[in-house]
Design a binder for this molecule. Sequence first.
Ligand SMILES: *[C@@H]1O[C@H](CO)[C@@H](O)[C@H](O)[C@H]1NC(C)=O
Length: 224
Amino acid sequence: MEQATMERLLLTTLLLPLLSVDSATSNLEGQSLLFPRESATDYVLLTPQQQKPLHNFTLCMKAFSDLPRGYSLFSYATRSHSNALLLHVNRPGEFSLSIGDSEIVFRTTQSWLGAFHVCVSWESSTGIATLWVDGRPQGRKGVSKGYVLEGEASIILGQDQDSFGGGFNAKQSLVGEVWDVHLWDRIIPMKRTGPSLQNGNLLDWHSLTFQSFGDVVIKPKLWL
Ligand SMILES: *[C@@H]1O[C@H](CO)[C@@H](O)[C@H](O)[C@H]1NC(C)=O
């Protein structure tokens, strides 16, 4: 083993609990993150491109799962609110959105069992959240008017955080896959034909800084 490799290995082993030396930035275009089994240990930690208070946001992602139970799609925790922003599937066709630990539920008319494209936007000044699935609006509801997502963010795919960076429950884990995850700090206008194909300025699938833990597999995506 080369000295440099040896040193890096030593450094990694010694400092891993202290530093995020393993997080890397990749272009995941055309790739999907697979969570192949139910667990409380498999997840991906995302690092946003900027840390800033969030007054408004738009989150878009694509996912596949045929779980009959509920699961977390996107879990954004702060030190004060473990569900600062949580997008959750309660059962096929029913989405719940939590902002600042308050929850609203969107019941759609389809089961969305299989692959789907979901976008949700929210603005603090009115508290209005809008959900779109496969390019179709699913309604607008009010939640946590005036709240601001503030402080360090822990953003996790594959698990639901019940505490900052942890508190996972296997029965809320995602078994399936996610891809094309984008997060913006503003409301992105949507057309009936679907969201415009821009890159998120806080999370960008084409330049994503992340660390994976446990059994997470990257594979070419199966669906558009
Ligand atoms: C959030 O959006 C509202 C309008 O929807 C806008 O007035 C406000 O300036 C935005 N806040 C930030 C911090 O971008």
